[in-house]
Design a protein around this ligand. Structure first.
Ligand SMILES: [Zn+2]
Length: 356
């Protein structure tokens, strides 16, 4: 069996450990287009401890990350850096602490506030709603994946079959998911100094969320971006497209050898990040023009011309085209129009307008 076939048969909480450098390892969640969404992880081994970035989006995933760390070194996991508040980056963190009680969890201050506040109310809601949604998929399976007597398109059928095949595991993982609040927060920069290397944890400005952290290994040129960069499909809910462009521009100033995205393959050149930046700049500019000319959000979305940028992300792949629509195209137009109107839909604040 080839590795791709093996991945296809593995459950969606699978992580694959890949070497980046002698003591820096990627924990890659394969097939980033697959649901449920789970982030990548990055392992950095220092002289007497280990640092992990993300890679613990569910309890089982965290247990597997722990097993990968233990396979590499007897040293303890000392720090976990969470790059944004969305659950696929941290909802299994408590299992890491069961393995290593001294573990210190670090995030941006905004991220901690979001993890402890209203934004995380999506978790109990999902825990309540997912059983019903999966039962509907089971029903669809019983009916031969057809609706109104017409079979579903093959890519959609494959997507649903994948969820049905693992539905009990997905449910049990979701029910066992919980928030563990970070112990230490930072606002602009936090440096973890050790004999082996310095690790810079940086906030470069708003982007995918209002509190994205990036983790920079200056000596090695390794940058973990969290979801400021996710490939092949970026995520744009809770984003600030105009600000995101400026934040990505800062990455260009850094001598990056390996860019570890929040989701997807490691990138060794700036092409994808620049493609994302150009797309966000186009969206932001069009939103600003639309707002200036009084175009409503609905009209702006309806008439939107991607100028071929969309095809650069999903090509002719129908699954990727669906994800593009779900995860990026829909949410980014909302976000850009809000941003251009000066409305901050920050889930911590609720919608606000200037002067209020
Ligand atoms: Zn993510």
């Amino acid at each position: 069996m080839g590795i791709e076939q093996a991945i296809n048969r593995a459950d969606p909480f699978t992580l694959i450990r890949r070497p980046l450098l002698a003591d820096v390892w990627l924990l890659q969640r394969p097939q980033p287009e697959r649901q449920p969404v789970m982030s990548n992880g990055l392992i950095v081994i220092n002289e007497d401890h280990v640092v992990l970035v993300d890679g613990c989006g569910s309890p089982l995933l965290a247990d597997r990350a722990a097993a990968e760390i233990q396979a590499l070194t007897p040293l303890p996991l000392r720090y976990l850096v969470i790059t944004n508040w969305h659950g696929d980056h941290h909802l299994g963190a408590y299992r890491l602490r069961e393995h290593w009680p001294q573990l210190e969890i670090i995030s941006h201050g905004y991220t901690r506030e979001a993890m402890g506040g209203a934004p995380m109310s999506y978790l109990p809601q999902l825990q309540a709603e997912l059983p019903g949604q999966l039962a509907e998929l089971r029903q669809l399976e019983a009916e031969g994946f057809s609706q109104d007597g017409r079979p579903l398109p093959a890519f959609l059928r494959a997507d649903f079959e994948d969820l049905v095949q693992f539905d009990q595991l997905i449910l049990s993982e979701l029910q066992a998911s919980k928030v563990t609040l970070p112990d230490r927060v930072f606002s602009e920069r936090l440096t973890l100094t050790s004999a082996r290397r310095s690790i810079e944890i940086l906030y470069l400005g708003r982007g995918r969320t209002a509190g994205d952290a990036v983790v920079w290994l200056p000596t090695e040129g390794v940058l973990a971006t969290g979801d400021l960069v996710a490939a092949p499909t970026p995520f744009a809910s809770d984003s600030y497209p105009r600000a995101w462009v400026a934040t990505l521009a800062q990455l260009e100033q850094m001598p990056i050898r390996f860019l570890v995205p929040g989701h997807g393959d490691v990138l060794t050149n700036p092409d994808y990040s620049q493609q994302l930046q150009a797309t966000l700049a186009m969206v932001a500019e069009k939103a600003e023009q639309a707002v200036t000319s009084g175009l409503t959000l609905e009209a702006f979305k309806e008439d939107f011309d991607w100028e071929g940028q969309d095809l650069k992300f999903h090509g002719n792949n129908p699954t990727l085209a669906l994800r593009w629509q779900q995860w990026f195209a829909g949410p980014v137009l909302d976000a850009a129009h809000h941003e251009a109107r000066g409305v901050d839909p920050d889930p911590l604040l609720g919608p606000t307008t200037p002067g209020r």
